[in-house]
Ligand binder design. Structure first.
Ligand code: 2P0
Length: 355
C-alpha cells in the first residue's frame, strides 16, 4: 500500500468506469481520438491509487515554457531493473512535463483496490490516477483555472488510455460521463463532461460476475485498430449520435427500461463489430452467452430492474436497483448450477452495497 504523509504532494486516486455506450475504434492518424462518442458509469468503488515522487532537482512553481523536455524516460520495476516503457505512457508523461524543464525524475507507486483481469478496466483508473498525481505534484492548480485543469486532466488521461478520459473528472457529481468525439476529426482534442442524471440512479448497484480471469489475447488497443474492417462498424457508428441523445434523456428521466435496452443492445453491437473485423477478436466465451440467456429469462419472471453489459472481455457486469437484489442472487445461484461450478463475483462498494 502507499503511505501518504500529511502535506505530501503527488498523490491521487481515480475510479474505473464501464461504458454503457461504448468507444470502439480510433481515428487513424490522430492521438487517441475515438471514432464514436461514448457514455460511461463511474465505478467509484474500483480505484487506482498513485503516488508520484520527484527525485533530484525540481522547481514546481517555475514553469520554463521554452524548455525542451529532451530526457529519455526510463521505467524501472520494483527490482530496479529497466523495463520497456509503454509508448502511451511515455507520450503522456512527456506531454505533462514538457514545460517543466529537463531534470525531473519520477518515482511512481501505484496499486488497484481490485484484482487485475477481472473485467474492470485498470488502464482507465490507472492512467487517470497517474495524471492527477503528477498534476498534484506539479501543483498545476496554481497555473491553471479549475476549468482549464479539468480539460488538461481529461486530455492527458486520454493519451494514456481512451477510456481513462472518462475517469479523470474530479468532483462528486460524476456518476455518468460523456466523452465526445470532435465533429472535426482532424483535431486532437475531445471533450469530456459529467452528465445530468435523475437522483434515483444514485442507488444503482454494480457487480461483476467473473467467467474468466485470464488476460485477453487481443488487447483493446489492438482491437480498436481493426474496428473499421468490420462491415457492421459504419452502421453502429451512424446510430451512435441519436443513441447518445436518447441515453442522456433516459438518464435524466430515470427511464430504467430504456437505459437497459440501449446498454444491452450496444454491448451486443460492439461485440458484433469485434467478431466480424479482420482479424476477428472474440472477447466472449460460450458461458457469457449462456448466462446472459439465463439472466434475461429470469429477469422477465421477476420483472427486475437490472441489466447487463460487457467490456472487452467475457465477464458480465450487472447493474441493478436495490429492490432487485433477490433477482441478482437467484441469477447467480442458477448460473452456477447451470455451469456446474462457482462463479466469483466482485462487488462495487462505492454505494452502500447490498450483496
Ligand atoms: C469502452 N473499451 O468504451 C470500450 C468498451 C473496451 C470496450 O475503451 O487503446 O483501454 O487505451 O484507448 O480505452 C478499452 O480500450 O483503449 C475500451 P486505448 P482502452 O470502455
Amino acid at each position: 500500500k502507499i503511505i501518504i504523509q500529511n502535506g505530501d504532494l503527488g498523490y491521487a486516486s481515480a475510479p474505473s468506469n464501464i461504458a454503457l455506450l461504448k468507444y470502439w475504434g480510433k481515428t487513424l492518424g490522430r492521438e487517441q481520438i475515438p471514432i464514436n462518442s461514448s457514455i460511461s458509469y463511474t465505478l467509484g468503488g474500483f480505484r487506482s491509487f498513485t503516488k508520484v515522487t520527484a527525485l533530484g532537482r525540481f522547481f514546481p512553481d517555475e514553469i520554463k515554457s521554452d524548455a525542451l523536455f529532451s530526457n529519455q524516460l526510463i521505467l524501472k520495476n520494483k527490482n530496479n531493473e529497466i523495463i520497456q516503457i509503454p509508448h502511451k505512457m511515455d507520450r503522456l508523461i512527456k506531454s505533462i512535463l514538457f514545460p517543466f524543464g529537463k531534470e525531473i525524475y519520477l518515482k511512481i507507486d501505484s496499486y488497484n483496490n481490485f484484482p487485475t483481469a477481472c473485467g474492470i478496466a485498470s488502464s482507465a483508473s490507472g492512467y487517470a490516477a497517474l495524471v492527477a498525481a503528477i498534476a498534484d505534484l506539479l501543483q498545476l492548480q496554481i497555473h491553471f483555472t479549475e476549468q482549464e485543469l479539468k480539460i488538461w486532466l481529461t486530455e492527458w488521461s486520454r493519451l494514456g488510455s481512451g477510456s481513462a478520459t472518462r475517469s479523470a473528472l474530479t468532483g462528486d457529481d460524476k456518476f455518468f460521463v460523456k466523452w465526445e468525439t470532435p465533429s472535426d476529426h482532424k483535431i486532437d482534442f475531445s471533450e469530456t463532461q459529467n452528465l445530468k442524471y435523475h437522483p434515483k440512479w444514485r442507488t444503482l448497484q454494480h457487480v461483476v460476475f467473473i467467467l474468466d480471469s485470464n488476460e485477453k489475447s487481443t488487447s483493446s488497443s489492438e482491437g480498436h485498430k481493426f474496428a473499421e474492417t468490420s462491415p457492421f462498424h459504419k452502421i453502429r457508428v451512424a446510430g451512435i449520435p441519436s443513441r447518445m441523445k436518447l441515453m442522456e434523456k433516459g438518464l435524466q428521466e430515470f427511464d430504467f427500461d430504456f437505459i437497459q435496452y440501449l446498454s444491452e443492445e450496444d454491448a451486443y453491437s460492439m461485440h458484433a463489430v469485434m467478431q466480424t473485423g479482420e482479424p476477428k477478436a472474440c472477447y466472449l466465451n460460450n458461458e457469457t452467452a449462456e448466462i446472459i440467456s439465463i439472466f434475461v429469462k429470469l429477469r422477465n419472471k421477476y420483472e427486475a430492474k437490472a441489466f447487463w453489459t460487457l467490456d472487452a472481455g467475457p465477464n458480465l457486469h450487472v447493474l441493478f436497483m436495490p429492490d432487485s437484489l433477490s433477482f441478482v442472487q437467484e441469477f447467480h445461484q442458477i448460473a452456477q448450477k447451470f455451469l456446474n461450478r462457482k462463479i466469483n463475483n466482485i462487488v462495487n462498494n462505492f454505494n452502500e452495497s447490498l450483496i
